[in-house]
Ligand binder design. Structure first.
Ligand code: CO8
Length: 259
């Protein structure tokens, strides 16, 4: 594995644990974090990965936003480029064909909330706080927050959070559908790992295609229902489908090979 400057990466038998490692700046997402995340996503071979857990270093924050000190003086072109680059990297995360889970410990604000939302699920500790406070700074979300927040919690509530900049607690996030599950304090990474290990026992092609189909719903260039028909047809011809169906009928555990 390669070296990174601002994230820690552990390969735990195919479960990749990523820790954003700038605790003194509450894990604010600077260029170095984006360089590292991009490197990582370009390097990982999905076939050898069970899933990814992303968390923040320390007890206070998942990530308290984009690094404000970096983008305050970018100019229009610089800011657009930075926003577009963030979009591209977060799309890589969202489209990764194995589960990516944000283990949210503390603040997930602005870009931090956007990173958590680009993940497939969010497992959160009781101290988690989500918010899109960009209006306090005179900007709008730049890493997909104005779109993914609506996808996750609906237009009315998304509008409320985006316009007020208010933070929501772990309990509120769970009620809104922003969080999938709340754990005990400090338990979010273990719970996220447990979920990934459970999913890793399922048929890998089906997992990847499910992620692709769910994302297709939000992609205006695709027709999700016809994608589903095509994908259903294709998967019905795989060794894993034969194995899954046989295992069910023979009352045994399936042994999937990803073929
Ligand atoms: N950027 C840079 N540094 C930060 C950030 C941040 N987003 N958040 C916290 N820090 C730093 C603080 O400056 C402080 O550093 P220092 O000790 O050197 O003074 C350290 O982290 C600790 O922070 P606080 O002392 O403020 O800790 P508190 O517990 O008092 O407060 C808060 C915690 C409430 C989280 C507070 O730090 C805060 O409000 N942070 C900013 C939150 C915010 O506004 N986030 C959104 C940023 S905008 C964004 O993410 C847009 C994304 C799209 C960008 C597109 C690119 C163009």
């Amino acid at each position: 594995m390669q070296t990174y400057n601002s994230i820690l990466v552990e390969d735990l038998e195919g479960l990749i644990l990523v820790t954003i490692n700038r605790p003194k700046a509450l894990n604010a997402l600077n260029t170095s974090v984006f360089d590292d995340l991009e490197n990582l996503m370009n390097t990982l071979n999905p076939a050898q990965v069970k899933g990814i857990v992303i968390t923040g270093s320390g007890e206070k924050a998942f990530a308290a936003g984009a690094d404000i000190s970096e983008f305050s003086s970018l100019g229009i072109d610089g800011a657009q480029n930075m926003s577009k680059r963030g979009h591209d990297i977060f799309f890589q995360i969202e489209r990764f064909p194995k589960p990516v889970i944000a283990a949210v410990n503390g603040f997930a604000l602005g870009g931090g909330c956007e990173l958590a939302m680009a993940c497939h699920m969010r497992v959160v500790g009781p101290n988690a706080k989500f918010g899109q406070p960009e209006v306090n700074l005179g900007i709008v979300p730049g890493y997909g927050g104005s779109q993914r927040l609506i996808q996750l919690i609906g237009k009315g509530k998304a509008m409320e959070l985006l316009l007020t900049g208010n933070m929501v607690s772990a309990d509120e996030a769970l009620n809104l559908g922003l969080a999938n599950v709340i754990t005990e304090e400090g338990g979010e990474v273990e719970k996220a790992k447990e979920l990934i290990l459970r999913i890793s026992k399922k048929a890998p092609l089906a997992i990847g295609e499910t992620i692709r189909l769910v994302n297709a719903y939000f992609d205006k260039s695709q027709e999700g229902f016809s994608e589903e028909v095509k994908t259903f047809g294709a998967l019905s011809n795989t060794a894993d489908f034969k194995e899954g169906a046989s295992a069910f009928l023979e009352k045994r555990k399936a042994n999937f090979t990803g073929k």
